[in-house]
Structure formats: structure tokens, C-alpha cells
Design a protein around this ligand. Structure first.
Ligand code: ATP
Ligand code: MG
Length: 336
């Protein structure tokens, strides 16, 4: 349907490590769906954001820039349908961030539940890098520089989207209607738990199964998975809620009926952890194998990856220049 106000989709990953199953179910599966439904889709490698807590590790961020692109291409994100670009190559995002910083307070940033959680996880305390504390502002600029309004994200990012919308409202009320309301796009599994049962599988947490893991790594991780600590003897009734093996089966097993039967049996007693783990290993290997193979073959051609990024970044830059014209005019800093 042609429209003067089309939906623009934007999503991204921090290049802090390879991508894992949480990324797939939390965000990538929606990226794949949305690129079929909308003409304007952007995928950003958030390297500037990754540096906010990795300033001393630029090599890590650089290396993982290629890794996250490979992961996305291997799962089916299509550079013909989705514009791939690198955050650091769009200087207008930094300019927009500086302007947005005036529209939020430090107190509000400190109250952001995602930032609070992540600061605790990283043990920053009062020594939090200013760039890290303000990353939601830079994320608002990532979203708004290309006028995007639909964002496939995991649940952990909802408070960041909420804060971006506050920036939209503040900007529009001070300088006139310029930006649109932003909507998150969530999947049925907006937060995949870690293999240790922790609330979120995260690449900085070391508790995830990666889209590039070998069959041996998958097996080792599933065998270590948190199940029901009270399920000691085979004939004891076992708990399904909070049992990571069943959480992953719910997310990845194609045969839902079989999963339901396993759950019933486990709850009644008589089904061992090793049996359900073996089943999950098979399910995950079937899911990951084609991604791993495609990734391997894509990694043989670095010039193809570079070409995608150069082309995409040039296209994203065009939007950035247009948006900044409007923004400078609205804020009355369009001097020359
Ligand atoms: P880091 O620990 O460096 O922050 P991360 O694993 O949280 O890494 P990000 O690059 O921050 O990954 O997130 C990319 C996208 O994937 C975001 O939309 C985020 O909400 C989503 N995501 C990350 N982890 C999960 C998860 N466990 N379940 C669902 N979605 C997730
Ligand atoms: Mg994260």
C-alpha cells in the first residue's frame, strides 16, 4: 500500500560478540518477517554503543563487526531488502545525540531500568562511563536519524524505547512536530533465558548458545543446562516451569505435540534429564546446522561483506543528511 508516511524499520546489534539463540528468537525472527513486509528496513552495527563499555577494547569491537554481520546474513537477513550500515560511519547520529542530550536529565537516565541492570551487571557503580549512562540517548538518535518508527527488539530494550519516545515528545513540543512515535516489535519469546537459568542469555554474560556453535559446543552447553534441582531420582515428578531445557524446547522444537508429551511425562515422573537434554541437542543441531554452514561459506568472502556495508552506509547517510536539515532548521541552528 503506497503511503506518504511509510513504516521504517530499524534494528541492530552491539558488536560485542557473536550472536546467540536469544538474538534469534528475540529479534532476528522479526527482522526476517518485517523485511518481507516493508520497503524501508535498516540494520545497524552499533559499534559506537559497544565502545561505551568497551573503550579499552577497540579490537574486540572491530572484529565483532564482521561477526554480527555474518550472523545476520546467515539467518537470512537480505542486503537487497535490509540496509546494513555501521553506526560510527554516520556522523549525523553523533550530532543528533548531542542535541538530544539537552532533552533528558541525568536523574531520568539513572532511573532507566535497563541501564540500572546493566550497570549493576558490569559493576560500574559511580564510575560509570558517561557514554554508557547516556547510551539510551544515542539509541534514540540511532532510531530517529532515519525517521524509523518500528523497532524489532528483545524485552530488555523496552525501557530504552520508552525513553526514546520521551525524547520524541520533548523535541516535538519544543521545536514543532518533527519525529514520529516509536513502536517496539516484540516476538513470542521476547526474552530467552541463559543456559544457567539467569533471566537473559547475553553475549557479555557467557551463558548463551551461539548461532555458530559446533555440535560439540551445543552438546556441552545443553548438558550443563539448569533443569529442576529437586528432580533427583528418575521417578520423582519434575518441574517444567523454570526448567531451561523445556524453555528452549518451547522456543525451538518444531514438534509442539511431542514437547507436550515430554512435559507430561516429566511432570508425572519417570523421565530423566539426560533424555530431555538429548532431545534438545538434536533440535538445536537441526536449527543451527544450516545457519552455521551458510555462515562458514559467507566468511570466505570478506570483500562481499565490505561491499554490503559500504553500499548500505551510503544509503543510510542520505537519510541522515535529510533528517539533520530538518532538525537544524527546527532548532534554529541552520545558519548557512
Ligand atoms: P551485550 O551483552 O553486549 O549487551 P546482548 O546479548 O544483550 O549483548 P545486544 O547486541 O545488546 O545483545 O542486543 C541485540 C538485540 O537482541 C536487542 O534487540 C536485544 O533486545 C536482543 N536480545 C539480546 N539478548 C536477548 C535475549 N536473551 N532474549 C531476547 N532478545 C535478546
Ligand atoms: Mg544488550
Amino acid at each position: 500500500m503506497p503511503s506518504n508516511n511509510p513504516t521504517i524499520v530499524l534494528t541492530g546489534d552491539r558488536p560485542t560478540g557473536k550472536l546467540h539463540l536469544g538474538h534469534y528468537v528475540g529479534s532476528i525472527q522479526n527482522r526476517l518477517k518485517l523485511q518481507e513486509q516493508h520497503d524501508n528496513c535498516f540494520y545497524m552495527i552499533a559499534d559506537i554503543q559497544a565502545l561505551t563499555d568497551n573503550a579499552a577494547n577497540p579490537e574486540k569491537v572491530r572484529e565483532n563487526t564482521t561477526e554480527v554481520v555474518l550472523d545476520n546474513l546467515a539467518t537470512g537477513l537480505d542486503p537487497e531488502k535490509t540496509t546494513f550500515f555501521i553506526q560510527s560511519q554516520i556522523p549525523e547520529i553523533a550530532e543528533l545525540t548531542v542535541l538530544f542530550l539537552n532533552l533528558v536529565t541525568l536523574a531520568r537516565l539513572r532511573r532507566n531500568p535497563t541501564v540500572k541492570d546493566e550497570m549493576k551487571q558490569k559493576g560500574f557503580g559511580e564510575n560509570v562511563p558517561a557514554g554508557f549512562l547516556t547510551y539510551p540517548v544515542s539509541q534514540a538518535a540511532d532510531i530517529l536519524f532515519c525517521n524509523s518508527n518500528l523497532i524489532p527488539v528483545g524485552e530488555d530494550q523496552l525501557p530504552v524505547i520508552e525513553q526514546a519516545n520521551e525524547i520524541v515528545h520533548k523535541f516535538n513540543s519544543l521545536y514543532g512536530e518533527t519525529f514520529r512515535e516509536i513502536k517496539p516489535s516484540l516476538t513470542d519469546t521476547p526474552r530467552l533465558v541463559g543456559i544457567d537459568g539467569q533471566s537473559k542469555a547475553g553475549k557479555s554474560l557467557g551463558n548463551a548458545i551461539y548461532l555458530s556453535d559446533t555440535p560439540q559446543e551445543i552438546e556441552k552447553k545443553v548438558m550443563k543446562m539448569y533443569t529442576d534441582p529437586d528432580h533427583i531420582n528418575l521417578n520423582d515428578p519434575g518441574k517444567v516451569a523454570g526448567n531451561v531445557v523445556f524453555t528452549y524446547l518451547d522456543a525451538f522444537a518444531p514438534d509442539k505435540k511431542e514437547v507436550q508429551e515430554l512435559k507430561n511425562h516429566y511432570q508425572k515422573g519417570g523421565l530423566g534429564d539426560v533424555k530431555i537434554k538429548r532431545y534438545l541437542i538434536e533440535v538445536l543441531e537441526d536449527f543451527i546446522a544450516p545457519i552455521r554452514e551458510k555462515r562458514e561459506s559467507l566468511s570466505q568472502d570478506p570483500s562481499y561483506i565490505k561491499e554490503i556495508l559500504i553500499k548500505g552506509t551510503l544509503k543510510a547517510r542520505e537519510s541522515a543528511i535529510e533528517t539533520m536539515k530538518k532538525v537544524r532548521h527546527a532548532i534554529k541552528i541552520d545558519h548557512f
